[in-house]
Design a binder for this molecule. Structure first.
Ligand code: CTP
Length: 424
């Protein structure tokens, strides 16, 4: 679930391309997230997918005609004006070369373009076209014009196109568009301008080219934390070992495999990190010698000697006195099976953390590979707070609210000037 979208009004513009069918899934995704989705279709889009499809999904009327009137707060208002004024986000998916060109020229010859011209908020375009159309200087110029005005783009991706050819021009997948939409709408939120780095997943320590030492972590909790940080406007980095879940969109992904690689990736970014959250299950040991050829079985016992890996949070904790401002907040996780509280408090102190989140990995509804978590938070001042069973998304959102409070951002107001638009 993405609470950032709940109650938000989204205009979903559909222009004429075969990729229009994918926007049905997108409309459904937004509707399930409790957003109010007003679909505007161009006449050619309505040839690919019937408006009634979107109407059924969104349970709202679908607009195609410039001369429609809408009921708004008891008044009859001109359709495009009412829609544009009410919307929190304007998405066009698919955005054809022709639609992009019309927006860049400021044309207003149909409902989609006239509404876009009347609209002042954040806008996200998902282009879809043949490769030659996308790479044409005219399209590139139009895209740049729109970017300069603060419009965000997602895609296009490489893949099979309507013509049967393979190349750049395929519309981004609905899930990616959904994720980036959350980021765009969350921009200017209470963590705006702050950099949050999260580690996630279970590291893999190679034994030989085909085997590794690993653990049961799926990365669900870390991915949920990254989404929650992104939705509050943070510039979010996810340093992740292999994940068993889809990585979140709209965050910078730094894939790694081993504890050493994770350590290097975190340390490199530390001077620019405001909040560090260690949700990864980092291997404490690695095989001393990783064979460069596949080990063959033999009747004899096989002994693997192990050596220690660096402790990322411990190192950060030790250096905090030197790097006073960065990170301003360090949060760890303690996945325990026994002596839960004692172990968590011990790690909080030893690693010089501000907060530690304890979970009992032997409980059937908490820990690895499940969607829920029952956690207890321990702070440096000795306070502790046991939270009820929640989904990992809810735990992540609650932890990020704690971050907002700790950084004094609770009453934070969006700056009057919109912040610099990121590359999608
Ligand atoms: N952690 C880390 N680097 C390591 C090991 C752990 O940054 N090499 C972080 C984890 O991401 C987590 C916290 O430290 O936030 C606690 O990890 P955990 O595996 O529970 O504990 P360990 O410190 O490894 O101690 P032990 O395995 O003895 O319980």
């Amino acid at each position: 679930m993405a609470p950032i979208l709940s109650g938000k009004r989204i205009i979903l513009g559909i222009s004429g391309g075969i990729a229009a069918y994918k926007s049905v899934t997108l409309a459904s995704r937004f509707t399930q997230a409790n957003a109010l989705v007003d679909v505007i279709m161009t006449h050619s889009a309505a040839k690919f997918v019937a408006p009634v499809t979107f109407q059924s999904i969104t349970q709202r009327s679908v607009a195609t005609d410039t001369f429609e009137f809408w009921h708004d707060a008891g008044r009859l208002r001109i359709g495009h004006v009412a829609l544009a004024h009410a919307a929190d986000l304007f998405i066009i998916a698919p955005a054809t070369a022709h639609t992009i060109a019309r927006l860049a020229l400021g044309l207003s010859d149909d409902l989609l373009s006239i509404t876009a011209l009347s609209y002042k908020g954040p806008m996200l375009l998902a282009p879809a076209m043949e490769t030659n159309m996308w790479t044409h200087p005219a399209t590139m110029h139009n895209v740049q014009t729109l970017r300069d005005w603060g419009v965000d783009f997602i895609g296009p991706a490489e893949g099979r196109l309507a013509s049967g050819e393979v190349g750049e021009g395929r519309v981004a997948e609905p899930e990616e568009i959904f994720e980036v939409a959350c980021k765009v709408i969350g921009r200017g939120g209470p963590l705006d301008g702050l950099r949050v780095l999260i580690t996630a997943g279970g590291t893999r320590e190679p034994i030989d080219p085909v085997r590794f030492m690993g653990n049961h972590s799926t990365g669900k909790m870390g991915a949920a934390l990254a989404r929650a940080a992104r939705d509050l406007g943070a510039e979010t980095v996810l340093v992740h070992a292999p994940l068993a879940v889809h990585p979140p969109g709209g965050v910078t992904l730094v894939p790694v495999h081993t504890a050493h690689q994770m350590y290097g990736a975190v340390m490199e970014r530390l001077p620019k990190t405001d909040v560090l959250i260690g949700a990864a299950a980092v291997a404490d040991y690695r095989p001393t010698d990783s064979a460069d050829r596949k080990l063959k079985k033999s009747p004899k016992q096989q002994i693997i000697t192990l050596e220690r890996t660096p402790d990322i949070l411990q190192t950060v904790g030790e250096r905090r006195e030197e790097t006073r401002r960065h990170p301003r907040l360090v949060i760890g996780f303690a996945a325990e099976t026994n002596d839960l509280e004692a172990n968590a408090v011990d790690k909080l102190t030893k690693k010089n953390l501000d907060l530690i989140v304890l979970n009992d990995v032997t409980a059937p509804d908490s820990g690895f590979a499940v969607d829920t978590n029952r956690v207890t938070l321990f702070e440096r001042d000795g306070s502790r707070e046991a939270w009820p069973l929640m989904s990992k998304d809810e735990v992540a959102q609650a932890i990020m609210q704690r971050v907002v409070a700790r950084l004094g951002r609770r009453n934070w107001k969006r700056p009057r000037q919109p912040s610099q638009v990121d590359e999608p």
